[in-house]
Design a protein around this ligand. Structure first.
Ligand SMILES: [Zn+2]
Length: 466
């Protein structure tokens, strides 16, 4: 990481273009609640900058702005989500395009605690690392995709079937932009044969006994639901409390929830991941991993003790994120409430999750309100032409690398695409260390320049196969 690098011209210009786009502070903000709203101006600036940076893309591909009038609070806006169409040689493939996705909004950041300011897009002294908000999540992908298309156009390449580029503008908040794009595509009878969006990456040190890099491709993502647990009681003076006050009843509910976790399971995706990555592990672990079905009960026990990230792969998780009760130190509260943020395992559902919570709490006086339910995504197959093309593109630049499906724990815009495609994969072709992954949505987000440049090549390889 400290080795200084020298770049060929095309790579140096790609890096400059990424820098110029990272410098536009397209920060997403929630559309309701306290705090500021998103500022539209940087989003306009970003959209306006693209044709200058990528002239061939904008000469050959059609571009539409979608997303509706609610986007960023501007009733007259044509929308901020971008849909590009690159027509294929074979017009009969127009309804089954390849879709490459990314988003250009970023999580808000101020200078506090950053080693380089978040929107300065500064390089490290040796030129090997680019610092800034969005360098990885997700302008790195967006720029690498555009670079790949621009280069292919320069070489006179045209894909066999249509290629669509979908760039969301509010992934970090509501994801409304891509939802509108999906509605439009559905109306046009589009049924993508392959969708690639952010999610997995090329990582290391994520699997016991494995010292090599591995490419993890998200084939599904967990569902999400927020529950409000609520207990009501008559208010009154705190000098005469009832025997089991609302606060106490709610506390008991929270503790019961914690004591009765959702069941853990090694689902088919997890088994496939263990078998694939286990093939590269040291003995004797390799033997155990390769025979995952035989050793499943043992593995489940071992994995359950391996910390929060691993445990989260095995089950539906529940986090009690907020507690509310009371208005005065000397008055009985009229209610007590807890907010529970739940990430639903792919084999479960919102309904089953709510039932499990109800059963764990086992108290009719605790009401449960269900907010913003989103079911887990269907599982895309880790086989077949679409999967194989993605794996081949990775192998072209990283020969012999282990490539495995996995379950993504965060939600991305691509979940909306599952409504119109059975082949949705979450993967950005960048090498990301554990430390770099920890900087996503946090301070000091950065990408290794070499990793970004390799990513361009992987996207280009993938497009050459479509
Ligand atoms: Zn993202």
């Amino acid at each position: 990481m400290t080795e200084s690098i020298s770049l060929v011209d095309a790579d140096a210009r790609a890096l400059e273009r990424l820098q110029s786009l990272v410098r536009i502070p397209t920060m997403s903000r929630p559309e309701s609640g306290p705090g500021p709203r998103a500022d539209r101006q940087p989003f306009e600036q970003f959209i306006a900058a693209l044709p200058t940076l990528y002239p061939r893309v904008h000469e050959v591909l059609e571009r539409e702005r979608l997303g509706g009038p609610t986007a960023l609070g501007d009733p007259d806006s044509p929308g901020y989500a971008l849909l590009y169409r690159w027509a294929g040689v074979d017009a009969s493939g127009a309804s089954t395009p390849t879709v490459l996705m990314a988003h250009y909004d970023v999580v808000p950041a101020d200078d506090e605690g950053w080693q380089h300011p978040p929107f300065a897009a500064e390089l490290s002294d040796d030129g090997a690392v680019l610092w800034g908000r969005g360098t990885v999540d997700d302008k790195g992908s967006l720029v690498a995709i555009l670079e790949a298309v621009e280069r292919l156009l320069e070489q006179g390449f045209q894909p066999q079937h249509d290629v669509l580029l979908v760039f969301g503008h509010d992934e970090e908040v509501a994801g409304t932009g891509v939802r509108v794009v999906v509605d439009v595509l559905r109306e046009r009878g589009i049924h993508p044969s392959l969708v690639v969006d952010e999610g997995g990456a090329i990582v290391r040190d994520v699997f016991p006994g494995l010292d090599d890099d591995a490419a993890l491709i998200g084939v599904t993502e967990k569902g999400i639901v927020t529950l409000t647990l609520r207990v009501e009681q008559h208010g009154g003076h705190a000098s005469a409390p009832p025997p089991f006050a609302a606060t106490e009843r709610l506390s008991r509910a929270v503790l019961r929830l914690n004591a009765k976790q959702a069941p853990a399971r090694l689902d088919p995706v997890m088994r496939r991941m263990i078998r694939t990555l286990g093939a590269g592990a040291r003995q004797p672990l390799r033997f155990v991993f390769r025979h995952v079905d035989v050793f499943a009960p043992l593995l489940l026990r071992v994995l359950r003790s391996r910390g929060a990230e691993t445990t989260a792969l095995l089950r539906t998780t529940r986090a009690v994120t907020q507690l509310r009760a009371g208005h005065a130190a000397n008055a009985l509260p009229e209610f007590a409430e807890a907010t529970v943020n739940i990430r639903i395992a792919p084999w479960s559902s919102v309904a089953e999750t709510v039932e499990q919570v109800r059963a764990a709490i086992a108290d009719d006086l605790v009401s449960i309100e269900v907010l913003d339910p989103s079911e887990p995504s269907p599982v895309s197959p880790a086989e077949g032409p679409a999967w194989n093309d993605l794996v081949a593109a990775i192998h072209e630049h990283h020969p012999g690398m282990l490539v495995s499906p996995y379950t993504m724990m965060q939600a991305s815009d691509s979940r909306h695409m599952t409504a119109i495609s059975e082949h949705v994969y979450r993967f950005a072709p960048f090498r990301l260390s554990a430390e770099e992954r920890a900087c996503l949505h946090a301070k000091n987000e950065r990408i290794r320049v070499r990793s970004f440049l390799d990513g361009i090549e992987v996207y280009a390889s993938l497009l050459r196969r479509r």
